[in-house]
Design a protein around this ligand. Structure first.
Ligand code: 5IU
Length: 260
């Protein structure tokens, strides 16, 4: 079945998008399917986290607009760390406007996301125009986007028909869309990479709507590909050891799945 294919085998499919190929190859070589949600207060803290945890992760996810002190030197320094420790830069911007505005938010303003982000998130709510405009503005054909097809938080409206329509939408932009943000196996097509936030070693919530599943549940039983972990690692006393524990759990779950 598709869930039993290795990350490496999936890079060979003709329908796998360029960014998905980059990510799947990196995951296979580096043996990590953990993305870090670097939700810290400042760029200085984000750089320190990237330096410390970079060797453990496949992607470093930020919200540039929530980091104090953002400037050009931040993304240059982050890109240097990313290259050295081999991880990809993920801006979780969740574009949701008409194509022309989404494009300006991607290329321009203070953050100039297209200049440094390898991958971004896009909501499906406005239809395919944002995806097509971002693809046009993309600085490299190796970059991509994940469509938000489900969300991890309580009461999300991205369920049922919406989720299925979001997955269908990816087909109009196959070279740019690398996969989906989701909490379940929203497609059986192994070309797409399935990325799941809302993960902790202990199930539960954060009291603000976030809902957590374990790495074993997400990668092993539900069959998605990448876990996104923020506070589970960031709030730990020993961040490195904790990141390694997530890495081990998520990789074991993946190996168990492909062995079947
Ligand atoms: N994130 C979610 N759920 C979603 C989407 C994005 O939690 O459905 I789309 C982001 C928000 C945060 C990270 O940056 O993933 C999860 O952080 P914690 O592991 O700290 O809850």
């Amino acid at each position: 079945s598709a869930a039993a294919m290795s990350y490496g085998q999936r890079t060979l499919l003709p329908t796998t998008a360029p960014f998905a190929t980059r990510l799947l190859s990196l995951m296979e070589e580096k043996r990590t399917n953990v993305a870090l949600a670097a939700d810290v207060l400042s760029c200085a803290e984000a750089l320190a986290l990237a330096e410390e945890l970079g060797p453990e992760i496949c992607m470093f996810k930020i919200h540039a607009d929530a980091l104090g002190g953002f400037d050009e030197s931040f993304h240059l320094r982050l890109a240097e760390i990313a290259k050295r420790h081999r991880f990809l830069l993920f801006e979780d911007r969740k574009f949701a406007d008409i194509g022309s505005v989404a494009r300006r938010q991607y290329e321009g303003g203070i953050f100039r996301i297209s200049h440094w982000a390898d991958v971004v998130t896009v909501h499906a709510v406005a239809g395919p125009s944002a995806l097509l405009s971002l693809q046009e503005a993309c600085s490299s054909t190796d970059n991509g986007a994940f469509i938000v097809s489900e969300m991890s938080c309580q009461g999300s409206l991205a369920v049922g028909n919406y989720t299925q329509a979001a997955v269908e939408m990816a087909k109009v932009c196959r070279d740019f869309v690398a996969g989906f943000i989701c909490t379940s196996r929203v497609t059986t097509d192994p070309s797409w990479v399935l990325v799941t936030p809302g993960v902790k070693l202990q199930e539960g919530g954060d009291g603000q709507g976030q809902q957590y599943l374990t790495p074993e549940e997400v990668i092993g039983r539900r069959g998605t590909d990448v876990i996104v972990v923020g506070r589970g690692i960031i709030d730990a006393d020993d961040r490195l050891a904790t990141a390694q524990a997530y890495r081990h759990a998520a990789w074991q779950a993946y190996e168990g799945r492909v062995a079947q």
